[in-house]
Design a binder for this molecule. Structure first.
Ligand code: SIN
Length: 302
């Protein structure tokens, strides 16, 4: 028997898999399916203070090795979202509330509301690559990352994870800023800025022109970022995300320094049963290579 339990800032996880933000829509009932499939925790869609339509269609295009999206942070606003949130937290599974804002005040207000409504932790979306005034526009500036994290931490006691952008020349500087702000964990990575073009139409496919690329093609980028953060020894756990769709992918992220992983685009391709599959594969991999527990894998490649 291998032990695949792990822990993130005091949150006990029965295995290292977490649903990534933005997959499976916003309803409580659809989100809860991941727990039945075996995921240890889930991250909500990123929620803001006010309702937001997001970008006009087309907002998503499936490419050869991944998906390009420019949803534009559509969401019903925190007040309208609370019913869905309560529906998922009431069963006692760990829920990470993802939030976005335009400044530190918006972030701390949202974090407080999420915390009051039962989430186990907060994830600060400082990395969406295609929403004017939000996400990576704030999250690519280390001082802003520190200030936002600090203000959120000052107003609450629940763990705060910061989701970092890979669209930077120095992800360690961003991670370091989040740690200086008092974060309890780093999430690496959000999508990689990209574009898809229709040669027939002679123009970009997405209405926003530029979007964020996810899926198998970005796994080497995610691994590199986790490895750089892990090597820097910042003293907080790292949650790896980017192109994970097998047990071996999870093992690689753990070896690069992650304590847990998030799975997103693979759910789009394979449905929630991907969690059952990758957990079985991870156990098989560990048994075959005589690993007894997850701790033996974490940071092995560093
Ligand atoms: C979106 O809703 O635009 C995607 C969220 C993200 O990229 O962080």
């Amino acid at each position: 028997m291998v032990d695949i339990t792990t822990e993130l800032a005091g949150i006990k996880l029965k295995n290292p898999t977490i649903l990534a933000s933005g997959v499976l829509g916003e309803t409580g009932s659809s989100l809860k399916k991941v727990f039945r499939a075996g995921a240890a925790a889930l991250t909500t869609k990123s929620i803001g203070l006010e309702p937001r339509d997001g970008h006009t269609n087309p907002t998503i295009v499936e490419l050869e090795f991944g998906i390009l999206n420019a949803m534009g942070l559509p969401n019903p606003g925190i007040e309208m979202y609370l019913d869905e949130l309560r529906e998922v937290v009431k069963d006692g599974f760990p829920v990470i509330g993802s939030i976005f804002g335009k400044d530190p005040n918006e972030f701390s207000k949202l974090a407080g509301i999420m915390a009051d409504n039962g989430v186990s932790a907060i994830e600060l979306n400082l990395s969406c690559p295609h929403a004017l005034g939000y996400g990576a526009e704030l999250g690519a500036i280390p001082e802003m990352v520190k200030t936002i994290t600090e203000q959120v931490k000052n107003t609450m006691t629940k763990p705060v994870f910061v989701k970092l952008t890979p669209n930077t020349s120095d992800i360690v500087a961003l991670g370091n800023a989040a740690v200086k702000g008092g974060c309890d964990g780093l999430v690496a990575i959000n999508t990689v800025k990209g574009m898809a073009l229709s040669p027939e139409l002679g123009k970009p496919i997405l209405s926003n022109k530029i979007g964020g690329y996810s899926g198998p093609a970005i796994k080497p980028i995610g691994l590199r970022c986790v490895y750089e953060l892990g090597t820097a020894g910042l003293g907080v756990p790292i949650i790896g995300v980017g192109g994970i769709s097998s047990g071996k992918d999870i093992a690689e992220y753990l070896m690069a320094g992650a304590t847990a992983v998030q799975i997103g685009t693979a759910v789009y391709y394979h449905g929630v049963d991907i969690f059952t599959a990758v957990i079985t594969e991870l156990k098989e991999f560990m048994t075959m290579h005589e690993f007894k527990n997850i701790q033996e894998l974490i940071g092995l490649a560093i």
